[in-house]
Design a protein around this ligand. Sequence first.
Ligand SMILES: Cc1cc2nc3c(=O)[nH]c(=O)nc-3n(C[C@H](O)[C@H](O)[C@H](O)COP(=O)(O)O)c2cc1C
Length: 213
Amino acid sequence: MTSMPVFPPAFCDQLHELFMWRRDVRHFRRDPVPESVLAELLATACLAPSVGLSEPWRFVRVDDSARRQAVRDDFSQCNAAALSARAGTDAGRYARLKLAGLDDAPHHVAVLSHPDPAQGRGLGRATMPQTTTWSTVMAIHTFWLAATAAGVGVGWVSILNPERIKAVLDVDPALELVAYLCVGYPAQPAVTPELERRGWEQRAPERREWVHR
Ligand SMILES: Cc1cc2nc3c(=O)[nH]c(=O)nc-3n(C[C@H](O)[C@H](O)[C@H](O)COP(=O)(O)O)c2cc1C
């Protein structure tokens, strides 16, 4: 029988540091991440749990400059709509936020999810079909943490029209767009969320308490 490794306290402390330093990154250096590192990140992401071992995630590298431009245009349109839906001072504060690093990030990765994959044979999905999406989110988070450990930044962009993005990427329309990730080396590493640093929102201490029933 294989014995599980013991993770010493020093490792656990460092792991905690990793969780603390995982950031949503919107400011990137332009130099590319080596392909070998990107391949490792993808392999690690695929260690994530998934409902019925269905592995419903599909990671799509967006390399084509015309497709990238179309994604940027869609973001601008969706972000302008989000801004105009806000009123008063809130709109001014929203307008000052940087909500994507699409221009500078050397790598764009769309993450899609198969809503009804043959793999996994339907196990666990009968009453909660959303579990395929959640499985894909697990893979994204695993990718995000592995990237942080490798010094690579990830920024999640959701201010997009998913149907338009799927058309731009020419992917199976049955797939669900879960995330559009900007990937590259961070230009401004920080231990606190950017939205907190810019006074938009802060972590809620009460969320760190268990709710008991
Ligand atoms: C599902 C999801 C969607 C997000 N979409 C965006 C986005 O469109 N633009 C953006 O700037 N940040 C986006 N974020 C990043 C969050 O704003 C960020 O995680 C949060 O402010 C906490 O900061 P941290 O990730 O650096 O800890 C998204 C995060 C998640 C989990």
